[in-house]
Design a protein around this ligand. Structure first.
Ligand code: HEM
Length: 430
């Protein structure tokens, strides 16, 4: 589908076959990101990094991130932080279970993730900064909504800018940018103040700050604090969104909930409540993995992926796609048929999420695929496995399965519009 949005031609690819042609055969022709004029003020966070041109600098930076930040070794090294945060979470949910009070899982997942990312990156908790829990969540939601939002100035120079100004979009963007910047700066400062000796190995930010100093490392340009902020922004809510969708689907499908809990409890056995489930153990949970894939099929975090920009002309299905065309892959539409949540469809099939199977592209594909596929998958598996092992999950009083709404928000990422609220019950099977 070709849309003419003001002066910008936008192609939307909505079938598996065309996605394969674009992302595999023509990847090199379209792996740049558009630089969005109206979003200058927000450009430092996601856009400077994720929306940068496809140049040698970005290639080097990506390689480095995959090797140093998102490798299985790095994921293992932050596992103790995850375990500690998970234990705290289990203790707090246990209290709610005793008191029979509902838990807001959407908020819970976002704080858990933010805590892990902040501790793994900066060595400190975000709770001691300018933002409290609630403000932080609000800021992340607003930023992602603003990044994915239609902005008239992107497509209609001058008139569009006035239109956006009239709607208060510039002011909202400025405020978001200032708040995020203050937050990140404070986190980096707190990190620098911490006694270096107390930490056994470099964390994310140690590494990135070192590179910031060593201007020559990348050879093509300087790594700035803005890049550091951009890389971290990618990880804060993506896994949390998936966890909330997965739990919502499980609450709507009691058969699947029971089956996945049996798998986890059979593997881990009884009397292991005091410890968390390890990464190696979660890796053996095949049905849980199918549940997560099915969640990504129906609820991809980034429904249109992150926009690409065509670098050089290519032909697809007889049409010529011109340079500067904006390109979206509608993974939401590709995954929507059939609509029933049945994880068994992934049984005995080799479909994975690494960008080679074009019917399931939660992390994208090609040169722009998410660099944190392993890290993202491992963290979703770890959190879900532990919460499903420890607790049974019931709907709040008076709520029926049919009442669980699955409305989505619009934005660069798509999360559940209304928070997911469930009641934890200490499992009698353990
Ligand atoms: C469940 C977890 C995650 C999901 C579903 C996810 C999904 C995605 C998607 C769909 C893209 C765009 C791919 C494309 O345009 O083809 C992307 C890009 C990106 N993601 Fe993730 N992501 C996750 C976790 C993370 C984490 C934990 C980080 C970092 C801490 C991260 C950092 C990035 C970055 C830096 C990019 C830009 C890559 C580029 O433009 O070359 N992501 N992610």
């Amino acid at each position: 589908m070709l849309l003419k949005l003001g002066g910008v031609s936008t192609v939307v690819v909505s079938s598996r076959e065309t996605a394969k042609q674009v992302l595999r055969e023509h990847d090199l022709h379209c792996c740049s990101r558009p630089r969005v004029k109206g979003a200058r003020k927000l450009s430092y966070n996601y856009r400077d990094i994720a929306f940068s041109r496809y140049d040698d600098y970005w290639k080097e930076l990506r390689k480095l991130c995959i090797r140093e930040l998102f490798s299985p070794k790095r994921v293992q090294s932050i596992q103790p932080i995850k375990e500690m945060e998970m234990k705290k979470l289990i203790a707090s949910i246990t209290e709610s279970a005793f008191e029979k009070t509902p838990v807001n899982l959407s908020d819970t997942f976002l704080s858990l993730n933010a805590n892990v990312i902040c501790k793994a990156s900066f060595g400190v908790s975000f709770q001691g900064t300018v933002l409290n829990n609630e403000k932080f969540q609000d800021l992340v939601h607003q930023t992602l909504e603003l990044l994915g939002r239609f902005s008239a100035s992107e497509f209609f120079p001058y008139i569009g800018w006035i239109f956006d100004w009239f709607k208060g979009l510039h002011a909202r963007r400025d405020k978001c940018a200032r708040d995020l910047d203050a937050f990140y700066e404070q986190m980096i400062d707190l990190h620098l103040q911490k006694n270096r000796e107390a930490r056994s190995e470099d964390d994310f930010v140690d590494l990135l700050l070192r590179l910031e100093k060593e201007e020559a490392v990348l050879g093509y340009g300087k790594l700035t604090r803005d890049h550091i902020k951009g890389i971290l922004m990618g990880g804060i809510n993506t896994s949390a969104i998936t966890m909330a969708w997965a739990m919502a689907e499980l609450a709507r499908n009691p058969r699947v909930m029971k089956k996945v809990q049996s798998e986890i409890r059979n593997l881990i056995g009884k009397n292991n409540k005091a410890r968390t489930i390890s990464l190696d153990e979660t890796d053996q949970l095949n049905y849980l993995k199918m549940v997560i894939k099915e969640t990504w099929r129906l609820h991809p975090v980034s429904p249109l992926l992150v926009p690409r920009e065509v670098i050089s002309e290519f032909k697809i299905n007889g049409y010529t796609i011109q340079p500067k065309t904006r390109l979206h892959v509608n993974v939401w539409a590709i995954g929507r048929d059939p609509e029933e949540f049945i994880p068994e469809r992934f049984m005995d099939c080799d479909t994975d999420v690494k960008g080679q199977h074009f019917e399931l592209l939660p992390f994208g594909s090609g040169r722009r695929i998410c660099p944190a596929v392993y890290m993202g998958t491992a963290s979703v598996q770890f959190v879900l496995a532990n919460l499903l092992y420890q607790f049974d999950w019931k709907l709040p009083e008076g709520v029926e399965v049919e009442d669980i709404d699955m409305d989505e928000t619009a934005g660069l990422t798509t999360h559940k519009k209304h928070d997911l609220i469930l009641v934890p019950v200490k499992s009698l099977d353990l």
